[in-house]
Structures are given as C-alpha cells and as structure tokens.
Design a protein around this ligand. Sequence first.
Ligand code: PGA
Length: 230
Amino acid sequence: MNYLVANWKSNKTLAEVQHWFDELGPIPYDQAQLTVIICPPNPFFLATVDLIERHTIAVKAGVQDVSPYPFGSYTGAVAAEMVSEWARFAIVGHSERRRYFGEDDLTVLAKTERVLEAGMIPIVCVDEPYMGTLLGKLPSDSHERIVVAYEPLAAIGSGDPAEPEHVSNIARRIKELTSQATPVLYGGSTNAANLKDYTDLSLVAGALVGGASLDPAEWKAMITGYSLAD
Ligand code: PGA
C-alpha cells in the first residue's frame, strides 16, 4: 500500500476547510494501491470527517498529534482514544513538535504506544540525527504496525527537497532498523511537480506533505500523478 498524507499543520479556518473540500471535487484513484489521508487541525477534525462523508470522497481523516498520556487529568491534551473511532492514522514526533514544543524521543515513543493501543497506525517522523535511537527503542512487535516518515529538517517547508538517491538510502536504513514490510514515506517540500521523483523509488511508499496539501488543486494533482506513477 502507498500513502499520501496531508499535514495542514496550524493552518486554515473552518470556512477555509469547507472551501478546500468544495474545491477538491471527485478524485478518481485506485484505492487498492493508494491511501489518501488528511490531517486537519484538531478543532476541525470532526468537521473534516463530516465533510469527507458529505462529499463522498475516498480519503481518510487522520490527526497531526496525540497526547503521550491516556484519558485523565491532562489539561489541553487529546488522547488517542478520543479520535480512534474516526481516525485510523496519527502523525507522531513531527520535527516541529520537537522544535517548538520540546518533544524528545521518550515523548514520541509514548505517543506511538498510545496510538497503537488505540488501534490506530502511527506515522512516526524521523530525521537522521535521532532515527537510529528512536526506531531502535520501538518494540519489535510494533514494526509492522507503523508507518515511518523520513523528514530531513532542511527540506521541510524550504522549497529544497532532499535528493531522491539519499532518500532511498535512508529508506533502506529505516527498513533495516524496523522491518522490510514497514512503509517508509518521504516528507519535505514535495509538490505535484516533484512527487514522482520519490514515489518512483522502490523503497518509498509515499509522501507526507505540508505546504502543497493546503491547495486543493495541487493536492488533487498529487493524487492523480501518484496513480499514474503506479
Ligand atoms: P512541507 O512539509 O511539505 O511543507 O515541506 C512537510 C512536513 O512537514 O511534513
């Protein structure tokens, strides 16, 4: 299975979310080969689930983050189990969580565990400096229940994506650290024009997309292009 994951980060008002779905229109693609996931900001999560249903488009709702804790007295936190009824996927350990919210490997591991306990699939973000230690600490029975996204810091939001050959080498390393069956995604300045450079790589099973996913026309072009590449 291949994956295209939209991470809207802290962008869009509710009206803009509604507009995005109105603009998207029908997208024919092979659901047996590609899973398309939209991760909106948390306040718009259920509205997004509703919009997906109303527009009958074959995309799945996911979340950008979850709490490292279960239900309980954790003010402001969103426990994985609160969203697991509607979300099959949760991004964990995005570098922006590390950079702006002080998350470390232990927090990311706890989040991964909560997501797995809730019956969801964590999309674990890694970069070279910590990927060995982080993935090395994951229990081996989780390796085939996760997706890993390689997101080099310098490529995120910079318009300067990583070299495909380098991405391929890192994907090989990630699979050695986890399992050959673990899907590895690439994230960092992907768009409709360069997506194929990555999805053509045999060890790469898709992309985690920030900026380009905010525009419905660009996103649609990415989905359509992906189907053709396959
Ligand atoms: P970008 O973001 O596509 O805007 O570079 C990727 C990400 O942060 O996941």
